[in-house]
Design a protein around this ligand. Structure first.
Ligand SMILES: [Zn+2]
Length: 351
């Protein structure tokens, strides 16, 4: 058990590292289907989810985020698994809590965009609230230390989620992160519902979010400038930044826009592999967060334990996984085991 909660850590100026990215990780390992992206692996192979929680903590994550992303009523209905809704959520939450208890980390409940937000439906708000409420209540009952509401493109949906956390979360802190698409209103980057980004962050802060920021959709290179802007805008809440681990650029700022340098084709969502960040990219991201005073930092889609370890090390941490951090002094091309100089002095193998 941990006696220091999220807000105490952040208020003391501590960094909180958060490994996300479970959906893409299990899709790559062939345990969930791309397309619906529903965390069915929670019920079908729970031990693998437990294992990934442990791996992320070992790599430096301070938080075990329950794998309930897209485990909501709307998504389960889509794949005709509505009967599994509660057991999927509770199983995910219990595994996360067990891991957090065993490792002295924090357990986060997780809700996200529903993809069913529809202002033409007179029951829109009630529908959203019903989806979020049951997940928040289960998270609290299973001992979540705080609740994450993430990847909202629509500010209004994020505000509804926040309100549900505040109403039914029994005082659990709320971390709200938005995903920024490439949407401009009057020339300024805006949420899907047309609110300028820093204004959106301020509205979330005013509505009681304890941590606000961005996650998913953008890689480090195109998320950091936005975080800089948010920081300068005077938002007082703690800031969160959890990019995808792909090389988005000014020309291709979100993973939806990324193209394969070889074919010129859009790579989202199945061929993102060709645009993965390097470990150095992730290290640089951590360093920039440190400079900007962003203390809730992590990685979203594309994340893997080695990236999480790199992020932890970039801010001076030495998690248990650092036991196996690289030591190239033993490498056969670079180190004491030097076959290049011994056998291949003229081969120019290293370019
Ligand atoms: Zn993501």
């Amino acid at each position: 058990m941990t006696d220091r909660g999220l807000m105490q850590r952040l208020n003391d100026g501590e960094k909180v590292i958060v490994a996300e990215g479970y959906i893409f990780n299990f899709e790559r390992r062939c345990y969930i289907r791309a397309g619906p992206y529903v965390p069915t692996v929670v019920l079908e192979h729970p031990n693998l989810v437990k294992q990934l929680h442990e791996e992320f903590v070992r790599a430096g994550s301070d938080v075990v985020q329950a794998f309930t992303y897209y485990g909501n009523r709307a998504k389960l209905k889509l794949i005709d698994r509505l009967a599994d809704l509660e057991s999927m959520n509770r199983t995910a939450l219990r595994m996360a809590k067990d891991c957090a208890n065993n490792t002295g980390t924090l357990m986060a409940g997780d809700i996200c965009n529903t993809n069913t937000y529809d202002t033409s439906d007179p029951n829109n708000k009630e529908n959203m609230e019903a989806i979020f409420k049951e997940q928040v209540e289960w998270a609290v009952e299973e001992g979540a230390d705080f609740i994450v509401g993430e990847t909202f493109g629509i500010l209004d949906e994020a505000l509804i989620a926040l309100d549900v956390i505040k109403t039914y979360g029994k005082g659990a802190p709320a971390v709200i992160t938005m995903s920024t698409h490439n949407i401009f209103k009057n020339g300024v980057l805006s949420t899907v519902d047309g609110v300028e980004l820093t204004e959106a962050m301020k509205r979330l802060e005013s509505a009681g979010a304890d941590v606000v920021g961005l996650n998913c959709t953008r890689g480090p290179e195109t998320m950091i400038p936005l975080m800089e802007k948010i920081k300068k805008s005077g938002v007082k809440a703690h800031l969160a930044a959890l990019p995808i681990t792909y090389r988005t650029t000014e020309e291709e700022p979100t993973f939806h826009k990324l193209t394969d340098p070889k074919t010129g084709k859009i790579v989202f969502p199945l061929n993102l592999d060709c645009a993965l960040n390097s470990r150095e990219d992730i290290f640089e991201f951590g360093r920039r967060c440190d400079e900007l005073g962003i203390n809730y930092l992590g990685l979203c889609c594309g994340n893997s334990p080695h990236y999480t370890r790199t992020l932890a090390e970039s801010v001076g941490r030495k998690p248990p996984g650092s036991k196996f951090s690289p030591d190239l002094s033993f490498h056969c091309f670079y180190g004491i085991d030097d076959i290049v100089n011994k056998y291949l002095p003229t081969a120019n193998v290293l370019g």
